[in-house]
Write a protein that binds this ligand. Structure first.
Ligand code: SF4
Length: 639
């Protein structure tokens, strides 16, 4: 094995900044990262074992323990559960005789939970060895298990019905559906791949591209909404011996899947936008940071990059422009939501834990390899090509005065047609609900768990940067859903799992808030608990990055807009009940320390009579000698 590991390391020129790629390859080879690899990695890359281990432990899809020849990852997003994911988990557990998070005794099949895999429009969905299986049923689980037990190759297990759109391309061959229900100017089929790059780029100066983008009012489509022209201008003017263009395709916000569809259906538009960015800021390297969950697109996208090289659309003197040298590679993540934050993404690309950096300096000054770097979303690069082709004035006429253009929305949950919709900024939530066939809607989660949860009184509000801003995720809940138990709770667990742990607020508060929410859900809450939750949501704003700053949003926004749901659960007799039950707390502590909890003064929880008090032969509450008791339960009960 040693030779093979060294071979992998040298495929990446023993470059420690490529640790992610190296470990992904090792994991492909061995199904996990064996202990003996660490020494080899450490020696060859001149990294400490601790550095390597901290990177491994950061990402969901890396493991130092075997996870099975077939590694099944079951999506655990709120929408997955709404669509029946519990039945899928149960079917796997029953058929395999193991629980989620474990591997069969023969080491063949492991089943694990994972956060949103970008398939909210075709849930329940799972991944098996990087291959996506959508619209699962317990019957299909049994079929897949039979196939795995028979040792079939995962690609031969794919259900016969191919996916729609380019998902049926032999290089993708996935049963994924693109589900595009509304096409606007961005997704319109009026685009001739690379025409602008080939015919027009040589005629325009970099400064003019920046001016055209500024004039268009294009803002980043990933969620933050920073003006693209300004970002490219900053980057162009920053000094460095190299500059970089990064396309952020890590769309990890639960409910978002539009970048998956754009990269499947129109990858040329994205790569052309990246090349134009390279020309504008004078960068020679572009990197598409693609989330691990979309690894099934790797061959397809690399094939396109190779064709671009053959056609001199990547490489040296592109499109005949002397000195315009630019190439693109794909960098995969390994499962970490926080890597959607641009500086965390850059850290990840350097082979480190994806922890956000302190800012300033911003990536446009000091980004990848400490060089000026422009990081933009997939949809932003696509929009750049259309703007330059049709003009800033054309673009500005779309949308609203402060939100120019269109937005590609990923819409999922309780509606007739979950999928992709390109709309002009400014449409109302009610327009959107009508468009997707949503009925009896109780709430809409705008912008994913980090966004806002709104009810019917807000359905006339507009989707735009100045009102309801979104990176694209829209999740609809009808009146049958238990918002607090099934949605808010799921979102809080998501943030707890995804915190990088660097800030104490983000590491601790979401877990404490979830405890408090559970207290309320169990009917033990009092009014003060709601006030505490609101206050703690404010404390979270002190966190370093957007993840922590918004991690309390599911609770805070649901209190703001659905306070009645909390009030309904509060204990009414607040004067007599302060939310603390001594007896239950004692029993809980007994469980924590491994003692048998007492349910009354004479019996243990299992119904046995409690042993006699060793101190004086009595176990009655009036036992006079509390201080001499070693019997914790007895003393506690007497208290
Ligand atoms: Fe990490 Fe959370 Fe702090 Fe962001 S806010 S840096 S995710 S601990």
């Amino acid at each position: 094995m040693k030779e093979r590991i060294i071979e992998i390391i040298h495929k990446y020129h023993a470059d420690k900044t490529r640790l992610m790629d190296i470990m992904l390859d090792i994991q492909d080879e061995c199904q996990y990262i064996p202990e003996e690899c660490l020494d080899i990695l450490s020696k060859e890359l001149v990294l400490s074992i601790a550095d390597i281990e901290q990177t491994i432990s950061f990402y969901h899809f890396f493991s130092q323990k075997p996870r099975g020849k077939y590694q099944v990852y079951i999506n655990q997003s709120a929408v997955a559960y709404m669509m029946g994911q519990s039945d899928i988990i149960e079917a796997f557990e029953d058929e395999l005789g193991i629980t989620l998070g474990s591997v069969t005794e023969d080491g063949a099949i492991g089943i694990f939970g994972t956060a949103d895999i970008g398939m909210n429009d075709q849930e329940p969905a799972i991944l098996i060895n990087k291959r996506v299986f959508t619209q699962m049923t317990p019957y299909r689980v049994r079929q897949l298990i039979d196939d795995m037990k028979a040792g079939k190759d995962v690609k031969d297990m794919a259900v016969k019905a191919p996916g729609s759109g380019k998902n049926s391309d032999p290089l993708i061959d996935a049963m994924v559906h693109s589900n595009i229900f509304r096409i606007g100017p961005l997704l319109a089929n009026d685009y001739k791949p690379f025409d602008y790059l080939k015919d027009n780029l040589s005629k325009i100066k970099a400064e003019s591209i920046v001016e055209e983008l500024k004039k268009s009012n294009l803002r980043g489509r990933g969620g933050a909404g920073f003006p693209t022209g300004l970002k490219w201008d900053f980057c162009r003017k920053s000094s460095g011996h190299d500059k970089y263009v990064i396309c952020n395709a890590d769309e990890g916000e639960p409910g978002t899947f539009k970048d998956r569809v754009i990269l499947t259906e129109m990858p040329e538009l994205v790569f052309e936008g990246m090349a134009i960015a390279g020309y504008t800021i004078d960068a020679h390297y572009g990197i598409l940071y693609l989330r691990y969950e979309y690894k099934y697109l790797e061959t397809y996208l690399n094939d396109l990059l190779n064709r671009m090289r053959e056609e001199h659309l990547l490489g040296e003197n592109i499109a005949g422009i002397s000195g315009f040298n630019f190439d693109i590679r794909i960098q995969f993540g390994a499962g970490a939501y926080v890597c959607g934050e641009e500086s965390a993404l850059i850290e990840s690309m350097l082979g480190k834990r994806g922890e956000p950096r302190d800012k300033p300096p911003f990536p446009v000054e000091q980004g990848y390899l400490d060089q000026p770097t422009a990081v933009n979303n997939v949809e932003t690069f696509a929009a750049v090509v259309k703007i330059l082709t049709k003009g800033a004035d054309w673009f500005k006429k779309l949308g609203t005065a402060d939100s120019a253009g269109t937005k590609v929305l990923s819409i999922s949950g309780d509606c007739q047609f979950p999928g992709i919709y390109e709309v002009e900024w400014g449409i109302t939530i009610q327009d959107m609900l009508d468009m997707v066939g949503a009925k009896k809607t109780q709430a809409v989660q705008v912008g994913g768990p980090s966004g806002t949860l709104i009810g019917p009184e807000d359905f006339q509000r507009s989707i735009c940067y100045t009102d309801l801003s979104t990176g694209g995720s829209m999740i609809i809940f009808n009146r049958d859903r238990n918002l607090l138990k099934d949605v808010v709770r799921n979102f809080m667990e998501f943030f707890i799992d995804e915190s990088c742990g660097s800030c104490s607020t983000c590491r601790i508060m979401p877990a404490v808030m979830l405890d408090k929410l559970d207290k309320i859900l169990h009917g033990k809450g009092v009014k003060q608990d709601i006030r505490d939750l609101e206050e703690w949501g404010t404390v979270l704003k002190a966190s370093r990055c957007g993840l922590g700053q918004t991690a309390g949003n599911p609770i805070v926004m649901s209190i703001k807009n659905f306070r009645h749901l909390y009030n309904q659960l509060l204990n009414r007799d607040e004067l007599k009940y302060n939310g603390f039950n001594l007896e239950e707390a004692i029993q809980e502590s007994c469980q924590v320390v491994g003692r048998e909890p007492v349910i009354d003064h004479g019996h243990l929880k299992n119904g046995r009579e409690r042993p006699e008090c060793k101190a004086n032969g009595t176990h009655k509450p009036e036992c006079p000698d509390l201080s001499g008791h070693k019997d914790f339960e007895h003393r506690a009960t007497n208290l």
